[in-house]
Design a protein around this ligand. Structure first.
Ligand code: MF3
Ligand code: CO
Length: 290
């Protein structure tokens, strides 16, 4: 972490002298670093002004997912979901963050049944009665990023798949309860993992959540196979996603060789994912997008 003079203006943009602002905070972080913990640097600790701007982006992201929730139905194509997302996002002044992101061609990811994540919307893919589908939405507004996803059960979904969707949501909620300043990402990760395994499911190891806000994907990488007291220290002003992919069968996955994006379960059993975007506050956590 860079060292500031005690009388220099604080890095957080408050205009106050460093010694009257974040010096004590930085010293506390340094104590954790000395103890051997992974700690955040200033670049991923958001200032109050940045948090406000990120929240504006989140408002669009939530509204877009609400719009999808109102319109999703059996018989529609995933391209139609993409059209809804593009239209609503741009009408509200935003840009879909996935569009042209590292060559990704669409405004949203739509991942059905055994598709774990990064399913590409298409005119050829029709939602059927009994499908479970993740719609993963991300928005840029004035350069600030938001990202969250929800599961939708289409028509008459089997008890087995419905339970997978429910347990995955509960896992995210249990993880969220663990998010607090001066705790660790691993507190959240272990809670998510415990709940999945207790229900006989597995958790995808290779793909995780991420810091978000000033960039689409920032540090830290957020896994769900970690242990309490491990992974990065959490401090007020950090924003990251909790977005576990929970599988009914094996945790093994593979990528579609043809499109280079779509991730499937190796055993073709169903997978579910919910994603929320969380701010670490002075006394706990605030969900910014869901
Ligand atoms: N919203 C996804 C995430 O959680 C986006 C993945 S990048 C994409 O990070 F290009 F595949 F969309
Ligand atoms: Co994400």
């Amino acid at each position: 972490m860079e060292k500031l003079g005690r009388n220099e203006p604080c890095w957080c943009g408050s205009g106050k002298k460093y010694k009257k602002c974040h010096e004590e905070f930085d010293n506390k972080i340094e104590e954790f670093e000395v103890m051997g913990h992974e700690v955040p640097d200033h670049s991923i600790i958001k200032t109050p002004a940045q948090i406000e701007a990120i929240k504006e982006s989140c408002k669009i992201n939530i509204a877009v997912l609400d719009e999808v929730a109102a319109k999703i139905h059996a018989g529609m194509t995933t391209q139609e979901i993409d059209d809804i997302v593009y239209k609503k996002t741009t009408e509200m002044g935003g840009i879909p963050a996935t569009l042209n992101y590292e060559g990704y061609p669409k405004s949203v990811c739509t991942s059905i049944n055994e598709v774990v994540c990064h399913g590409i919307p298409s005119d050829d893919v029709v939602l059927k009665d009994g499908d479970i589908v993740n719609v993963d939405c991300s928005t840029i507004l004035n350069g600030y990023f938001s990202d969250s996803s929800r599961m939708f059960c289409i028509g008459d979904v089997s008890e087995e798949k419905r339970k997978l969707v429910e347990v995955t949501k509960e896992a995210v909620e249990l993880g969220l309860k663990e998010v607090k300043p001066w705790g660790f990402l691993g507190d959240m990760g272990e809670a998510v993992h415990e709940h999945a395994v207790k229900n006989g499911y597995s958790v995808v190891r290779q793909i995780g959540g991420h810091g978000v806000g000033l960039e689409f994907h920032e540090d830290p990488w957020v896994g769900y196979c970690s242990k309490r007291g491990e992974d990065m220290l959490l401090v007020p002003g950090m924003i990251f996603t909790i977005e576990p992919m929970i599988n009914m069968g094996t945790d093994k996955i593979f990528q579609d060789e043809n499109d280079g994006w779509t991730i499937y379960t190796a055993d073709k059993k169903p997978s579910a994912q919910w994603e929320i975007m969380v701010l670490v506050t002075e006394d706990g956590a605030e969900v910014l997008s869901y």
